[in-house]
Design a protein around this ligand. Structure first.
Ligand SMILES: [Zn+2]
Length: 295
């Protein structure tokens, strides 16, 4: 039997206001429940423009047509326009995901600052980042978060240790193939890691001449029997410019009798299977700029 969990990362205000409703509509049409992870704080997307000048990102922009993925305003947030705080403006869209029966959890306070500068940030800055994200989650959903997945699959020893205090059921801060408990400074962390196991649409598009349909069938072929399969998508991409490709992907899940379940729903079984403990390393994945954590 094949089962997959859909991890929906929401990075921006635009992705919250426009992408969430589109994805909710698509998921509802296929009667599929997904796990939504929200960015709550300042939308500094404009600062991500800096990444254009880094190795690999420009070719990625061309491959995905990223210029079209984000609206003009989004590209200026945090630079010429002040960075808007996402959660007060997108509360209704976030709550709609919960009302529709999807899992809701944390992705970020400030996505861009974390993504770009993680290793340069002090422990105090990181503690504050986590506190703000968790407080905002509670403000929007009137309950404590049970899960969190980090921006860009990046974590370090400090974030893994800081996250412990929130007693989450799980976190998804890396890529990999199986659920596990991270080891930091010879100590096993008690928050289960649920990695993203599959490549993303934006990583594969244009690789070896792959078009959207090739990407979908490539991913379908990578879904393993009786194993953890996690597919990550972005409201800004699959809920935006590439929404037709994602709709076709959802249809092919149905056609191939691939079951879907949320992370939260899967976690008890993952824990019962006795996950290993291991040290998280870093690597590069094809089609993505910079490093990702790997477990
Ligand atoms: Zn993200």
């Amino acid at each position: 039997m094949k089962t997959i969990s859909l991890r929906v990362d929401v990075d921006t205000l635009e992705g919250s206001l426009e992408g969430i409703p589109k994805l909710l509509h698509m998921l509802d049409r296929h009667n599929i429940q997904a796990s939504f992870y929200f960015s709550f704080g300042p939308d500094n997307s404009g600062r991500a423009i800096r990444r254009i000048f880094r190795k690999g990102f420009l070719s990625k922009m061309f491959r995905t047509g990223a210029g079209k993925l984000y609206g003009f305003k989004t590209m200026l947030y945090g630079t010429l326009l002040p960075a808007p705080i996402i959660h007060p403006k997108a509360r209704a869209e976030m709550q709609a995901a919960q009302s529709a029966g999807h899992e809701v959890a944390i992705h970020a306070w400030d996505h861009v600052q974390y993504h770009d500068l993680l290793d340069k940030k002090s422990r105090k800055w990181l503690q504050e980042w986590f506190k703000r994200a968790h407080d905002a989650f509670e403000t929007v959903f009137l309950m404590k978060a049970k899960g969190a997945v980090s921006p860009a699959w990046r974590c370090n020893d400090s974030t893994l240790e800081i996250q412990e205090q929130y007693q989450l059921d799980y976190a998804g801060d890396c890529r990999g193939f199986e659920a596990f408990y991270p080891v930091v400074n010879n100590k096993v962390i008690s928050t289960l890691q649920v990695p993203t196991t599959l490549p993303t649409l934006d990583e594969l598009l244009g690789w070896n001449g792959m078009g959207p349909e090739d990407v979908n069938s490539h991913i379908l072929n990578l879904i393993r029997d009786d194993a953890l399969n996690v597919y990550a998508l972005h409201t800004e991409v699959e809920g935006g410019a590439l929404k037709d490709t994602f709709a076709a992907f959802l249809q092919s899940l149905k056609d191939n009798q691939i079951h879907t379940r949320t992370h939260a729903d899967w976690v008890p079984a993952l824990k019962a299977a006795g996950p290993p403990s291991k040290v998280i390393t870093r690597c590069e994945v094809e089609g993505r700029a910079g490093w990702v954590s790997w477990g």
